[in-house]
Design a protein around this ligand. Sequence first.
Ligand code: SDX
Length: 442
Amino acid sequence: MTQKKAADPAATNEYVTLTDHSTGENYDFPLMPGTVGPKVIDVRSLYGRSGHFTFDPGYTSTGSCESKITYIDGEVGVLMHRGYKIEDLAEHSDFMEVCYLLLNGELPNAREKAEFEDTITHHTMVHEQINYFFRGFRRDAHPMAVMVATVGALSAFYHDSLDINDPRQRMITSHRLVAKMPTLAAMAYKYSVGQPFVYPRNDLNYAENFLHMMYSVPAEQYKVNPVLARAMDRIFILHADHEQNASTSTVRLAGSTGANPFASVAAGISSLWGPAHGGANEAVLKMLEEIGSVDNIRSFIKQVKDTNDDVRLMGFGHRVYKNYDPRAKVLQKNCHEVLDALGIKHEPLLEIAVELEKIALDDEYFIKRKLFPNVDFYSGIILKAMNIPTSMFTVLFAVARTVGWIAQWKEMIEDPSQKLGRPRQLYTGPTERPYIPLHKRR
Ligand code: SDX
């Protein structure tokens, strides 16, 4: 792969000027354009020239890196991977093809796709010693805790692909992580229900294999439902990558120290777990179950709007989307398709979700704050219909997002301008003061 030049401040002739009124100094900073989307003010020289830091808790106006993988336009609700709209990928592509696209930058031709699928298939098994890791957990351990531990532990098994400066080893590690996540996820589920682990099968595709490892038992033949496999594959596609979200930024920051990719992805899994991020899909299901009936929606919305009540409408709102999350639109459509295909005529939680969305989108509180359904609002209803336990929802998000994490990690390692990530701060603590020996303290 040719080393593409990183963003070069000299490549622009547009500038912004910062005036420090305390000194009368003016500082020009390059205004760098992307191929699409907002330009960035290159402030890398700000501290060296002005002695000031920028201040942006939550990074609401800060670009942490240059990337060619995913583009989001939050104002209009656009999501593209390497230039392909998520709606087109969800409709026409499959998860293996999207993994190839994210990792390599182009859609594969038939030969490349077959080779990639074969490579992933032949990395799905995990070292037999890993089985013993699970034994240390209580059966009721949250599967995300199990995933953090077992994915981090992969570093101990794959010494032959930890040299992050070797492109071949970086690609092997990427393949291993994409391939082994469903196996580890299914093992976490099987362990929680006291059933034996199920080995992957090389004659099944990625989503079929995952359902097989989740639901087959030694006592009888298990036939994968093709409708569920397609729905699972599409859910993987919709969760694959999403620009510099919290967990991806965590993986990049961990990886920027030179930490191995398994440990960096384990850090990403930890970050994804939070209810403000990937943990929201589990929280949405709990919220819909607590609301319990369409009749209770208005009182719930009242609670959400009550500033003294720290209740949020889970699955709504987004740091970037100030319009409908395009993934939520696809998932809402999938909901109806999966429920119909499964012959589920009446799903109370879906009825509550659809009515909840309708009422919220018509309510000034949500309109004013540009709060719309996000990817987590409908995904849980499909997963519930597929008999996936709620505690496994975020695990599935992690399975899908692993390709995004590792593609972004690879891009960071291959970026010529990549540096150790180390933010600064605004210090407002005590100024220097003398130490007081214990016997002199009151
Ligand atoms: C994901 O970043 C990504 O790309 C993430 C993700 C990905 O694919 O990686 O898209 C996946 O994490 C989706 C988001 C899942 N989280 C949830 O559904 C949890 C519920 N939503 C939120 O808590 C919230 O919307 C965030 C955390 C997602 C975004 O919050 P922000 O951008 O920090 O905005 P904020 O908390 O400052 O809220 C702005 C206002 C506040 O009201 P005021 O103080 O101005 O009066 O909107 C309100 C908030 O109280 N608000 C909500 C709300 N979300 C924001 N009020 C009620 N319900 C909500 N869900």
